[in-house]
Design a protein. Structure first.
Length: 193
């Protein structure tokens, strides 16, 4: 897959996969940019991605600083029917970052929520999900993961706020046709609810 640039949170991390990614980027001369709130990427054809987090100083002493300082971004797209489509990508952010985002007063509503931290019980708080009010929630989670993701409380919260839930452990990759208003999966799949 060709990569034109990598957006990094700037949070120090010594994990092997991260180190390998950075080394590959350097070897392939792929530029690495550090994300900050207010940064915008635009395709020129109506798609824009706005970075909302991580803010500086980084969240600290959260018990999971690397994940809490994940990049959070919102995608905007003007559909053919003139309506705006929004998707919120929360990486591995959890309840601490969610509280910080809520405190900013930022408009977080989105049609699609990429659920934070693989749907763990430490993300997707009721206040956050209420502010986002997603129609569709996508949970990126490995089959047979040892962490017990997604958490029952996260699934209950998403269900309470009437989000249709798709999980990669059950559905494989999720594809959205925003203009057609359709979601498809790689595997035969029913949504969670």
């Amino acid at each position: 897959m060709p990569v034109n640039a990598i957006l990094d949170s700037g949070q120090s991390y010594g994990g092997r996969a991260y180190r390998d990614c950075i080394a590959a980027a350097h070897a392939q001369r792929v530029p690495i940019a550090v994300a900050h709130p207010g940064m915008r990427w635009s395709s020129g054809d109506g798609v824009a991605l706005d970075v909302l987090a991580p803010s500086r100083p980084f969240l600290a002493d959260t018990g999971d600083d690397v994940n809490e300082n994940s990049i959070v971004a919102i995608l905007h797209y003007r559909r053919r029917d003139g309506r705006e489509f929004r998707a919120l990508f929360t990486g591995d952010a959890g309840e601490n970052r969610e509280a910080q985002l809520l405190a900013t007063g930022e408009d977080l509503h989105a049609d699609v929520l990429k659920v934070g931290h693989h749907g763990s019980n430490y993300a997707s708080t009721p206040a956050f999900v209420a502010a986002v009010s997603p129609q569709l929630a996508s949970i990126s989670v490995g089959r047979h993961n040892t962490f017990g993701h997604p958490g029952a409380s996260t699934l209950a919260t998403l269900t309470r706020y009437r989000a249709t839930i798709y999980r990669t452990d059950r559905c494989g990759a999720l594809s959205l046709d925003v203009d057609a208003g359709a979601a498809t999966t790689m595997l035969p799949c029913q949504s969670h609810n």
